[in-house]
Design a protein around this ligand. Sequence first.
Ligand code: PMP
Length: 463
Amino acid sequence: MTDPTAPSDAARAARHRRLCEADHRHLWHPFTQMQDWLAEEPLIVDAADGVHLVDTLGNRYLDGVSSLWCNVHGHRVRAIDDAVRAQLERVAHSTLLGLASTASIECAEELVRHLPAGLTRVFFSDAGATAVEIAIKMAFQHHQLRGDTARTEFVALRGGYHGDTIGSVSIGGIDLFHRIFKPLLFDVHHAPQPYCYRCPLAKEPSSCAMACADAVEEVLAARPGKIAALVLEPVMQGADGMIAQPPGYVRRMREICDRHGALLVCDEVATGFGRTGTTFAVEQEGVVPDILTMAKGITGGYLPLAATVTTERVFESFLGPYAEKKTFFHGHTYAGNPLACAAATASMRLLREERVIDGLPAKIAALSRALEPARRMVHVGEVRQRGLMVGIELVRDRATREEYDYALRAGHQVAQEARRLGAVLRPLGNVVVLMPPLAMTEGELGALAAIALAGIEKVTARI
Ligand code: PMP
């Protein structure tokens, strides 16, 4: 039966055209070459349900990258919708500066139930970048307050990505994004990236004994008593192209930090909330960092909320009489926003009550099976998967691992094909990324993988 209240095709098309024009006139999209954008017709998301996005023309697409790595249970989930609505009936926003709020207390309490034991103190903010910015300042001030005042330097990994504020960019290690800002940044010691497919140390995984971990230790050992913290994305570096770390790598990082008196900061903005198969990726390595950052999936992908969580040991170094000024002088207006906290609490309760993590192994295996044909494709160099995070690295030449030229936009072309086939993807250069919501069924995961592979076949055959 047709819905008599639905707009006609002509009305839909007219609305779509008007919105396209207005977008082109007024918006500046993030991480987007606007000259290309202005020459193309945008896909305009108008609605969503479950794991599908719906555009202004009524087309439906699988949300293949979880609306930028944040959606968890799908869109318009009853329990989360209801929690946000109920919160709206009480208060949309109140501050955490000098006041407490029901929603932030309940959220922190629920969050601690999901965290590795020992991480019990929650500092809220509103984006991944702010969560990392806070971690950097906390680590720095922690050492200052303890009298370890020479510990003012940071170590991070090449290829790391931690957000776009100046502190997060300083820690970051992606030349394409970060190089131009170099004069604005503070110095950070960048250690080699654990990228086995293109090993920066020119070693082989079978015989290297994780030499890249030794290289991190060398950096800390060369600056005794100077390093405040080592900051890294555990298990999988996301934005550089889903660079999966060898098993045991994060544990080695923990040991190195312990040996050299540095804090370990794990940035789980991308990997948190089940993405790699466990609630937090560090669990896979039995590691408890001193500081853990999160954002994206904390609200189920509904609203902006982030958290920097620490051990009581870090927290306690900030305690003291008012006049000693040990206070952490940092805070964002919308820190712990009640609407976002209500969404987060509801999303985390769903994770717990519906035992979502327990259901992941079967889904991860299904996705892996569906991606099997990619491993034999002539222009696929490597398929990297950790849980439901996948990077498929396209190469011009499989034997030499020669990359496609940047200007060809190979990944983008695959995403455009995928769109025609019914899935939204957002690539990272020559790496096709799949990062589905945890809620996708095995069938939907298979369909998503099939679309990505069809797009890869088509594009690599013609470029
Ligand atoms: N850290 C990591 C590991 C990320 O992947 C991202 C975002 N992709 C960020 C930090 C920044 O998060 P936000 O965009 O919310 O600032």
